[in-house]
Design a protein around this ligand. Structure first.
Ligand code: PEP
Ligand code: MG
Length: 539
């Protein structure tokens, strides 16, 4: 039996077999070659293998999802036959005398940068395709397998780290637990684990070896321990604890349908956070009173191109209709930082968390923003929708947003498209927004405090950097004061204030939030009933 410790994100226990998730990136090295003809022959063989893989993928996609979706593999084949691309690779091999893996990767990056710099959004999106085909060829050259996630049974995913784009593509019904070597407890993978309510450890002191694949393991999210090949007695003990946890969760179910009200009659709304459309089932199952944060950027991740208005409208409509009149707060696109999609063509940045992201993209690439707003307003006719905007730092931004919103509404009205009444709010997740919350409150209908980013920016601690976890104090007085100040300023202006960051689910602060007069807490679906239970025991 081997045993490793990690930082637990979700207090659950999982038992199952390990699936080692290999990274897309290879450990690419640049080598000088002697024989260019031989290297060209290696490249040609890998290219023809890639062509036949693409043929096969095209056929599979055709039968499974239809011609439109299958076309992408045809596009990839065309790119792999592009003379400019092939000549650039050949030149590197013959003139620069570098190995084929390096020549293909470097050419892929050069072409991706050219596509990303084009004005046309369709062409920008091709940046991801050229990287994809280059990755495929390199994978073949290195003799690596396809790194998709296709387990037969639900598994414990063991990875060095996982990006939101990687997790979005995974079939969630096949995941029993996550164990990552890197990753911080505040990252979006941790948030995903919380929303799935599955045992998860990050920052685990393990060196991942391919031979772990398929071995039996236990992820103990209560103790923060990962066991590989557990002893029979330990396995038995953990299975018993797992059942007890399930029993406690079962007991909380009796709070379904009950009010979130303290013994002395103070009420607070308990909403749920979600990222994928499928999460709405968990939101309903856990009896959330609304959706306090729909992270809409998840619709944009793990794909090759922008989701269009129609596709977004269908997704929002599905969620709004499923909530049957309960409030759904849709946050507009918060892409950037760790949430990346190649087709946006975003330049690499020194400080992405403080970079070109979220509302900053929406206000400079208005077409993307308008498409999303049109889709949300159209969905608003099917229930109760609110919109909130991320990463706000000024009154000016809100005024610009409101002008665009008015234009979008007028456009829809002129097309005779029905819309509902929509509240507009902002996320208070920058210290700037909290400090000038008195000024911002006059501009919007509500505030939702994003404590994840608010803490990151207030404490100057990168939420992605696990080395900083020991310094990350989620109860830091500075953060709590900013929260209190935001609530007071919101209430003075007569608007409601909630929390949608992870701190909202911190049971040790529930009473403090109720005392502050917080109107709403939006937490992961699996925390809704726990927090309701906590509220009902106050007073
Ligand atoms: C936050 O920053 O607290 C928040 C809710 O947004 P996200 O975690 O998606 O950045
Ligand atoms: Mg945030």
């Amino acid at each position: 039996m081997e045993q490793y410790t990690g930082k637990s994100v979700v207090q659950e226990i999982a038992v199952g077999s390990i699936y080692v998730f290999a990274k897309k990136e290879s450990s690419l090295t640049k080598r000088t070659i002697e024989d260019a003809d031989q290297e060209m022959a290696r490249f040609d063989a890998a290219r023809s293998e890639a062509m036949s893989q693409l043929d096969q993928l095209y056929q599979e996609a055709l039968t499974q999802v239809g011609e439109e979706e299958a076309m992408i593999f045809d596009t990839h084949k065309v790119m792999l036959e592009d003379l400019d691309y092939l000549e650039a690779i050949e030149e590197k091999i013959r003139t620069d005398k570098v190995n084929a893996e390096y020549a293909v990767t470097a050419t892929g990056e050069e072409f991706a940068a050219i596509f990303a710099g084009m004005d046309d959004e369709y062409m920008q999106a091709r940046a991801a395709d050229v990287k994809d085909i280059s990755d495929r060829v390199v994978r073949i050259l290195e003799g690596r397998q396809d790194d998709g996630f296709h387990p037969e049974e639900p598994v414990i995913v063991l990875a060095e780290d996982l990006t939101p784009a990687e997790t979005i593509q995974m079939d969630k019904s096949k995941i029993l637990a996550f164990v990552t070597q890197k990753g911080s407890a505040n990252s979006h993978t941790a948030i995903l684990a919380r929303s799935l309510n599955i045992a998860s450890l990050v920052n685990t002191d393990i060196e991942i070896k391919p031979e772990y694949h398929g071995r039996q393991a236990v992820v103990d999210g209560v103790e923060g321990v990962f066991y590989i090949d557990p002893e029979p007695e330990l396995l038995q003990q953990k299975e018993k604890e797992q059942k007890e946890l399930a029993g406690r969760e079962e007991a909380l179910k009796q709070l379904v349908g009950m009010l979130s009200e303290t013994k002395d009659g103070r009420k607070i709304k308990i909403y749920a956070n979600m990222g994928n459309v499928e999460d709405v089932a968990q939101v309903l199952k856990n009896d959330a009173e609304g959706i306090g944060l729909f992270r809409s950027e998840f619709l944009y991740l793990g794909r090759e191109d922008f989701p269009g208005e129609e596709e977004q409208f269908e997704a929002y409509k599905e969620v709004v209709s499923a909530m049957k009149g309960k409030k759904v707060i849709i946050r507009t696109l918060d892409i950037g930082a760790d949430k990346k999609a190649d087709y946006f063509g975003l330049d690499p940045e020194e400080n992405p968390a403080m970079g070109y992201r979220a509302i900053r993209i929406c206000l400079t690439r208005e077409e993307i923003f308008r498409t999303q707003l049109r889709a949300i307003y159209r969905a608003s006719a099917f229930g109760t929708v609110s919109i909130m905007f991320p990463m706000i730092i000024s009154v000016n931004e809100i005024r610009k947003i409101k002008a665009i919103v008015e234009q979008v509404k007028a456009e829809l009205a002129s097309e005779n498209i029905a819309t509902g009444e929509v509240e507009l709010g902002i996320m208070v997740e920058t210290p700037a927004a909290a400090v000038i919350s008195d000024q911002l409150a006059g501009e919007v209908d509500f505030f939702s405090i994003g404590t994840n980013d608010l803490t990151q920016y207030t404490l100057a601690i990168d939420r992605q950097n696990q080395k900083l976890d020991p310094f990350y104090d989620s109860h830091h007085e500075a953060v709590l004061r900013l929260i209190r100040m935001t609530v007071e300023n919101g209430h003075k202006a007569g608007i409601w204030v909630g929390i949608c960051g992870e701190l909202g689910a911190d049971e040790t602060l529930t009473e403090a939030f109720v005392d502050m007069g917080m109107d709403e807490l939006s937490v992961s679906p699996s925390s809704v009933l726990k927090i309701r239970d906590r509220v009902r025991n106050i007073g």
